[in-house]
Design a protein around this ligand. Structure first.
Ligand code: NAD
Ligand code: MG
Length: 399
């Protein structure tokens, strides 16, 4: 490959689990990729190390004080990276003419504006930040169409579905002969513990995922299975699939990353070791296949692949997500915002594990009359849902 085809990459959320895995893949292919910008919220030391290694044109942090300090350290080390701060700078680097590929790996609703900006600017958007899609799905998909962006899913399930759909899939399940999308789920760390034990689980137990190493928020989402609920909504937007065409299958080994069933009875699956570098490399290299550093799948060692129906009593968050998708409108946005607040409160030790679902249910019950028609309306719905969730959290704390 010649120098002329070098693609310039922006990693939004470079210091997180997905960001680090992305840079691991990028570093294996200096002939294909160059880093244009890296962003981080609070992990300034890690961002500093990444800047020395990848020498991006820009780095973005949240606070002005952190930006000044980082800029001084980088200058002293002879690194030419310019340091910016704040949300406007995130939007600026995501949409910058010098960027070709944008990895959207900020966690939560905070990623919405820069991810939307990348879509509007027609970038190749690698979407890990599922919350942005749950919050502003219609808006985001419209931005992708109007901006002429290429959207490639990073979430392992959606990347697996994407790989299992026909290459020319145009967003019409019927036209492609698809009967169902089967999203696999590990069931998280609490798949088999007695229901009564769920009252007293700690954040550390909830974050100890059996198969994947991930950020804390998504780890808690996996433990409640809200992660799968968010992924059902994500699949709805990515593949224009109604709720009743998306089925969740618990598959504890996390080897089959998801499947597509066709009208002729064929089921196409994507398999691999549970390592996010596979979907990341798939999307970075697309349509080429590139080395990801992932070891071969040892089926003899794995021995068995098993499947279960999800238990909605154990995982009420999954039911709430399906209900929100069917309700439509601002319900998924309320679900997402209330979940972010409830998970943060759980991680802070302010509410118990089971209360996460109660807080979300409460916000959904009260969050009427909200809209997701425009970016302003989406952000207002997000803000209002957080208020409702915080009130519900305060009531839980008072118990
Ligand atoms: P993480 O917590 O490890 O990293 C989050 C990143 O976002 C960090 O770089 C952090 O600095 C940045 N960030 C956090 N808050 C921010 C804010 N307010 N403004 C700007 N930047 C902010 O999270 P992660 O596990 O890497 O997950 C990132 C996204 O990818 C999430 O949406 C998650 O659902 C999705 N995802 C993750 C995995 C995984 O295996 N980790 C798998 C599938 C999807
Ligand atoms: Mg996933």
């Amino acid at each position: 490959m010649s120098r002329a085809t070098l693609r310039r990459v922006v990693v939004l959320g470079a210091t997180g689990s997905i960001g680090v895995s992305t840079l691991d893949v990028v570093e294996r292919h200096p002939d294909r990729f160059e880093v244009y910008a890296l962003t981080a919220h609070r992990q300034i030391d890690r961002l500093y190390e990444q800047c020395l290694r990848f020498r991006p044109a820009c780095a973005v942090v949240d606070r002005a004080t952190d930006a000044q300090a980082l800029a001084a350290r980088l200058r002293a080390a002879g690194c030419p990276t310019e340091v910016l701060h704040g949300e406007a700078a995130l939007v600026e680097v995501a949409a910058h003419p010098s960027a070709d590929v944008v990895m959207a790996a900020i966690v939560g609703a905070a990623g919405l504006r820069p991810t939307l900006a990348a879509a509007r600017a027609g970038k190749c958007v690698l979407l890990a930040n599922k919350e942005a899609l749950v919050l502003g799905g219609a808006l985001f998909m419209q931005a992708v169409r109007e901006g002429g962006a290429t959207l490639l899913p990073i979430d392992s399930e959606h990347n697996a579905v994407f790989q299992s759909l026909p290459p020319a899939y145009d967003g019409r399940l019927e036209g492609a002969g698809v009967r169902r999308i089967l999203l696999t789920a590990s069931g998280g760390p609490f798949r088999d513990v007695p229901l009564s034990a769920l009252d007293s689980v700690t954040p550390e137990q909830a974050c100890a995922h059996p198969n994947w190493v991930m950020g804390r928020k998504i780890s808690v989402d996996s433990a409640t299975m809200m992660n799968k609920g968010l992924e059902v909504i994500e699949a709805h937007w990515l593949f224009t699939a109604p709720a009743d065409r998306i089925e969740v299958v618990v598959h504890p080994q996390s080897v089959i990353h998801s499947m597509v069933e066709y009208v002729d009875g064929s089921v196409i699956a994507q398999l691999g070791n549970p390592d996010m570098r596979t979907p990341i490399a798939h999307a970075l290299g697309f349509p080429d296949r590139i080395e990801a550093g992932v070891s071969s799948l040892d089926l003899f060692l794995i021995g068995q692949l098993t499947f279960q129906r999800p238990d909605m009593e154990r995982f009420p968050c999954l039911r709430l997500a399906y209900d929100a998708l069917r309700a439509g409108g601002a319900a998924p946005a309320v679900l997402n915002a209330a979940n972010e607040e409830a998970v943060a409160a759980f991680l802070d030790g302010r509410i118990g594990f089971r209360a996460i679902c109660e807080v979300i249910a409460c916000a959904l019950e009260r969050g009427h009359g909200l809209s997701v028609e425009s970016l302003e309306a989406v952000l207002e719905s997000d803000r209002r849902a957080r208020e409702l969730a915080r009130a519900a959290i305060a009531r839980q704390e008072g118990r």
